[in-house]
Design a binder for this molecule. Structure first.
Ligand code: ADP
Length: 190
């Protein structure tokens, strides 16, 4: 059986978004990216966007209560009932606890957490390349370094959290998109 309530974990630039999209096509379940949702909120200028903008520009995490609200609303929509691929959420231990609680209320839980393992130099190179292509305003060198530091401090502890929960699969994130994608499928039993 393929796991369908999935979480992708990895440093900024590890390829979470790319691999999430691949899984959307393969499994027919939605990708839930708090980064995409927050960027949209900033672009539209919603109340959440106004709250999130400065943190994002600096490469800091948006406060837990803001992001948890965004994720909960999205996970409650009909299309997430059959499964989902979380990309960029949770990013703190507090968010992971909140996620467990909300899924428990829905009578489910995370079935598999795929942690993409890559080296930091490769990540920074990827992010600088993406900055050129997409022109994201948080993709300059200083912010990238800050995002890496924030990841190490606040998000990396989640690897141990999901290992303890018995759902962790560590996957080598180095290599081509399809190569990494196949490793992920294997880890999911897809
Ligand atoms: P990255 O490639 O850096 O992982 P994302 O698109 O996932 O990019 O996130 C971009 C920014 O959005 C983050 O640097 C952060 O400011 C904010 N953000 C996204 N998800 C979260 C989250 N779960 N908690 C706090 N902040 C978040």
């Amino acid at each position: 059986m393929t796991a369908r309530r999935l979480l992708l974990l990895g440093a900024p630039g590890a390829g979470k978004g790319t691999q999430a999209e691949r899984l959307v096509n393969k499994l027919g379940i939605p990708q839930i990216s708090t980064g995409d949702m927050l960027r949209e909120a900033v672009a539209v200028g919603t109340e959440i966007g106004v709250k999130a903008r400065d943190y994002m520009e600096r490469g800091e995490l948006v406060p837990d209560e803001v992001v948890i609200g965004v994720a909960e609303e999205r996970l409650g929509r009909d299309d997430a009932r059959a499964g989902f691929i979380l990309d960029g959420f949770p990013r703190t231990v507090a968010q992971a606890h909140a996620l467990d609680e909300m899924l428990e209320r829905m009578g489910s839980g995370i079935e598999r957490c795929v942690a993409l393992v890559i080296d930091e130099a490769a990540v920074i190179e990827r992010l600088l390349k993406r900055a050129e292509i997409e022109g994201r305003s948080d993709d300059n060198e200083e912010t990238i370094r800050n995002r890496m530091r924030v990841y190490q401090e606040q998000t990396a502890p989640l690897v141990a959290y999901y290992r303890e929960n018995g759902v962790l699969a560590e996957v080598d994130g180095m290599g081509g998109i399809d190569e990494v994608g196949k490793r992920i499928e294997e880890a999911l039993g897809a």
